[in-house]
Design a binder for this molecule. Structure first.
Ligand SMILES: C[S@@+](CC[C@H](N)C(=O)[O-])C[C@H]1O[C@@H](n2cnc3c(N)ncnc32)[C@H](O)[C@@H]1O
Length: 238
């Protein structure tokens, strides 16, 4: 059985039971193989833009005897992939903007898909894009691996275009996750914003609006983290 790390296991947990998924940028193929092995997915398509990772996924699929359940495609994003019957689209381990480009190329065909996205960078750009294009972020879960915390975004199209402010772009719904991994994620975001603020304070012509926004985001993040501490203390007392 393939063992998934916490990040991939968290993504696997968002799969539509018994559905057909696509793992875009599959690399080693672990997610696709594990989903079928666990019985969470009936079948999968594993794609990659590069030959070497796709070959590695093909070996993994063969070694696990799943050639009849997992199709592989060498392609850029979702180009040329048949999306009919696909319930779930996984895109992990890429920049947020690249993820938006992959989704934008097949935008009109995503209305009935469960999107499970894990950006390595540029998460605010991805959240803003989703909201601007009528997708609701239904859930976010955080996973910390090797001292780094990632947020996994679960989104679905509902047609309602929503504005995305600075704070929502930064944290999305990750604050709803009560795990320690989410605490690490939020603490990392706070430290980054504090660094941005120090930079702005040292700059000669810092934009006052940007300064105010950054201070507001820091205050809100500190508040959210404090609320979590209070909740924990309350749980401890129970
Ligand atoms: C860092 S790995 C992530 C692998 C796996 N998804 C994970 O999260 O563990 C990124 C993979 O995405 C592939 N990739 C990069 N750009 C891509 C694109 N436009 N379309 C499909 N695959 C892409 C790379 O070749 C690589 O195998």
């Amino acid at each position: 059985m393939i063992h998934l790390d916490k990040r991939l296991a968290c993504m696997a947990g968002m799969m539509t039971a018994g559905g057909r998924g696509i793992d875009v940028g599959t690399d080693h193929g672990y997610l696709a193989v594990s989903l079928v092995q666990q019985g969470s997915a009936a079948s999968m398509i594993a794609t990659d833009i590069n030959e070497a990772p796709l070959r590695s996924a093909q070996s993994c699929i063969r070694e696990n005897g799943l050639e009849d359940k997992i199709e592989t495609v060498l392609t850029d994003g979702l180009q040329g992939v048949d999306l009919s019957g696909v319930t779930d689209i996984f895109i992990a381990g890429m920049g947020g903007i690249l993820i938006t480009e992959i989704l934008a190329a097949r935008l009109s065909e995503l209305q009935d898909k469960n999107l499970i996205l894990q950006p390595m960078t540029q998460s605010p750009a991805l959240r803003a894009w989703l909201l601007e294009h009528g997708f609701a972020i239904c859930k976010e879960r955080c996973a910390a691996v090797g001292g780094k915390a990632y947020s996994i975004i679960n989104a679905r199209f509902d047609g309602e275009k929503r504005p995305c402010d600075l704070l929502y772009g930064l944290i999305g719904r990750s604050w709803e996750d009560e795990s320690e991994d989410a605490e690490i994620y939020l603490q990392t975001l706070l430290a980054r914003q504090q660094k941005v603020l120090r930079g702005l304070q040292q700059a000669e012509n810092a934009d006052p609006e940007k300064l105010m926004e950054t201070r507001m985001v820091i205050a809100r993040l500190q508040e959210l983290l404090l609320q979590r501490d209070t909740k924990e203390e309350h749980h401890d007392n129970c």
